[in-house]
Design a protein around this ligand. Structure first.
Ligand SMILES: Cc1cc2nc3c(=O)[nH]c(=O)nc-3n(C[C@H](O)[C@H](O)[C@H](O)COP(=O)(O)OP(=O)(O)OC[C@H]3O[C@@H](n4cnc5c(N)ncnc54)[C@H](O)[C@@H]3O)c2cc1C
Ligand code: FES
Length: 281
């Protein structure tokens, strides 16, 4: 069950320019969190500026220590304030929130994780869990960024023991091009891919344009299970304000008006959705 917790900030570290990892103490969240779920953080305890909590995916959990981490880009006021909270002080955290990745019964499946930029944050937790459940040899990570400096979590993914393939838009490291080209290659090059597409599961988080392309490629390759984690702007984070809605294919169950799409709340019905269900505007 989600709750509101006062979590002690243990440490912040700058993992690359403008990207921070914050370590928080909260055994309750650590016990409950599933890969793909997020927390909503009140970054200023004593003022209402900024007014709204800020959502961040759970990046890693350390059950023995009761610690979890967030990995975030310094974008504006909220993330800047968050990074300034001193070690030993508390932040108010609501969570774990939302529906995470469906790990299903994937005996015999090959899991392909496609990360774009800071989309690596929730996928790090996912990779760790998939390895524990199904063995690292069945998990591949394709991760891309604008340039080598902006690439996140490569070493962490490798430390899980999974195969990692990297791309950069500017060619400064790994494949010169988009991470979706790596996916295209992997799903359509039979030399690389020994699995039948029916046994492949794809998981993705990153910019919407990238996830839309991931969804298209997975669909074309006949991959039956492709899940994407959306990061629509949020206000309440609890399913109340309808500020985060996403267009989804098909009518609302029971609706006979003939509508062939409806809206779902990213905070409560997601943030992870089946890619086939999304209407990408
Ligand atoms: C479910 C979810 C999980 C997320 N996980 C991560 C994560 O793990 N790491 C990470 O770096 N970022 C993550 N984000 C995005 C993160 O919430 C925003 O970058 C953050 O709220 C910006 O706050 P700010 O005050 O620093 O910036 P602001 O100055 O408030 O905003 C700067 C820009 O950030 C975007 N933004 C602002 N508020 C939100 C919001 N509530 N949701 C999405 N975008 C917003 C806006 O487009 C705005 O232009 C996640 C968002 C969602 C919805
Ligand atoms: S942010 Fe309010 S309903 Fe999702």
């Amino acid at each position: 069950m989600k709750g509101i917790y006062n979590c002690e900030v243990i440490a912040h570290s700058e993992v690359s320019p403008g990207v921070i990892r914050s370590l928080l103490h909260c055994p309750e969240i650590v016990r409950q969190a599933q890969p793909g779920q997020f927390v909503n953080v009140r970054v200023a305890a004593t003022t209402t500026d900024p007014l709204l909590r800020r959502p961040f995916s759970v990046h890693a959990v350390y059950p023995n220590e009761g610690l979890f981490s967030l990995l975030y880009v310094l974008v504006g006021r909220g993330t800047a304030l968050m990074n300034k909270i001193a070690a030993g002080e508390n932040v108010s955290v609501v969570g774990p929130l939302g529906r995470g990745f469906d790990l299903g019964d994937s005996t015999g499946a090959q899991h392909i994780i496609v990360a774009g930029g800071c989309g690596a944050a929730p996928l790090h937790f996912l990779s760790d869990r998939l390895c524990a459940l199904w063995g690292c040899e069945n998990v591949k990570v394709l991760t891309g960024a604008r340039s080598k400096n902006a690439l996140l979590c490569e070493a962490e993914f490798i430390s899980h023991g999974v195969e990692v393939v990297v791309s950069t838009d500017d060619g400064s490291y790994g494949h010169h091009g988009l991470v979706t080209e790596l996916l295209q290659r992997r799903l359509f090059n039979s030399q690389l891919e020994t699995h039948n597409s029916q046994h492949i599961r794809v998981y993705s988080c990153g910019p919407n344009a990238m996830m839309r392309e991931v969804a298209r490629i997975a669909h074309e390759a006949g991959v039956p299970n492709c899940q994407v984690s959306l990061e629509n702007n949020m206000a309440c984070g609890l399913g109340v304000c309808m500020g985060c809605v996403q267009k989804i294919k098909g009518p609302v169950p029971g609706d006979t008006s003939g509508n062939n799409w409806h809206r779902e709340r990213v905070c409560k019905d997601g943030p992870v959705f089946n890619a086939e269900d999304i209407i990408w505007d």
